[in-house]
Write a protein that binds this ligand. Sequence first.
Ligand code: ASP
Length: 583
Amino acid sequence: MYRTHTCGELRISDAGKSLTLAGWVQRIRNFGGMNFIDLRDRYGITQLVFNPQHNKELTEKSAALGREFVIQVKGKCVERSNKNKELPTGDIEILVDELNVLNASLTPPFTIEDETDGGDDLRMKYRYLDLRRKPVRENLLARHQVARAVREYLDGQGFADVETPHLIKSTPEGARDFVVPSRLNPGQFYALPQSPQTFKQLLMVSGFDRYYQIVRCFRDEDLRADRQPEFTQIDCEMAFVEREDVLQMFEGMTKSVFKKVRGLELPAFPRMSYDDAMMNYGNDKPDIRFEMKFVWLKNGDEDVVGGKSFKVFDEAESVIGICTKGCAEYSRKQLDELTEFVKRPQLGMQGLVYIKANADGTFKSSVDKFYSSDDLKKIAEKFSALPGDLILILAGEKARTCKAMSELRLEMGNRLGLRKKDEFKPLWVLDFPLLEWDEEEKRWNAMHHPFTSWRKEDDALLETDPGKVKANAYDMVMNGVELGGGSIRIHNRKNQERMFAALGMSKEQYEYKFGFILNAFEFGTPPHGGIAYGFDRFCSMVTANQEGIRDFIAFPKNNMGRDMMLDAPGDIDEKQKKELGLK
Ligand code: ASP
């Protein structure tokens, strides 16, 4: 037996036992001739003592050990004189009688402890060493717990786990496909799935009724902190359902996972229309842990700030403000910081206007020149501003201003400590537009994907005023993060063809790309709908980890889509290229 116990389980009640442990040398300390070693494994850390008075030879041998050596020790569990309250095993230590070096180690390139001195690149290159660190390891183990809780819930609801292929033809979800050349079909390519969308719908045609899969998806997009070229979805589909059924089922799943993994009861999920989300938060994934809703001072014909010779407002398409509680005391420097924040190229605002509702009832503003005290008071009333509040206002083109104000709102939420890590505010966002206009391509794109159905009452608009059609689509949003999204699908050939046509596809184009699903729809397709959760994101939310999804992936890629450990992507040899018809 390599070990009788793990490095995480021994307690004071084990004192007196003779036992065997195995693990990695995390740290060696020499103290008055004695050697103390922190022995680590997946379960924790146990202190080993080599005492020359107990065994001189062994103590000398232990001095030759290095960090990350793998060792096995036999000894006796004894009570510690100076206990370590930080460690669950801190009441005991092992007085060692026998030491076997199972394997030596080079000096690790960074410290393998909770805190490390290793930079990102180095830790990515030696990911297997980083994974020995407790915080990194715990994220992956939490991921396992979340997956288990998801499966337990879905299994309990009668969902069947069915695998779908990875070598397929392109499934459009709005991103680029990764492609794989086919050796047996020279000059032809498979695509890796962006999601199993069409397959799960075909499983409904087959009668599977309730399907799920925790499945890898691939999207060749520019990367951001919360994106990876390959990521995992909890992908689900149900037949004979309406929107309400899907929302209930997955509200249930989300609650059940939080309960099982975190012991937390989530509140009921409020519902918000896409239009309301955009008007109140400038964002289709609002963080509703705090209010600070938008106040529109100018929106189309409605204008409460115009006609005062202040050109910026007069010429703007939109003027939007937020009221930040108790910030009237903000200094010049703080206001300058906020101005710089909205002027960053990503947001591209010209400037920031403020109105301070002073504690003494007076108003001070950056546009005093144009607005009298009375004018400012009237504006402040629109915000229900109280003495001590600070109003921040942005002006410009509508979409851009909305986006910038949404970011500024989140920034203020951060500054005021309103975005608490351990508070969870889920909601459903509903009634998305079916289509969005692509200015570059001069055509409509599906906002969700082309298999999403639309509200019955909007049916006639699809050909006449497509921008007005609302989709039967929904997003599950929590703390400003889109955790999941889905829709009730189109389930007949005629409507699916109408949709493809609305997207500007010719009959030949959609027959070539999607003939298989159009055909399937003619063989008795039940009404169906579903949803997919970003699993990596979901894990990061459940554990309230703010670092992003990379921490929840065992072997992630960097911002350039590179695996630093494998040094992939890389070249392939000439013979391989030839075989694949790439030369
Ligand atoms: N396939 C969709 C996605 O990946 C989810 C869905 O509609 O079920 O976002």
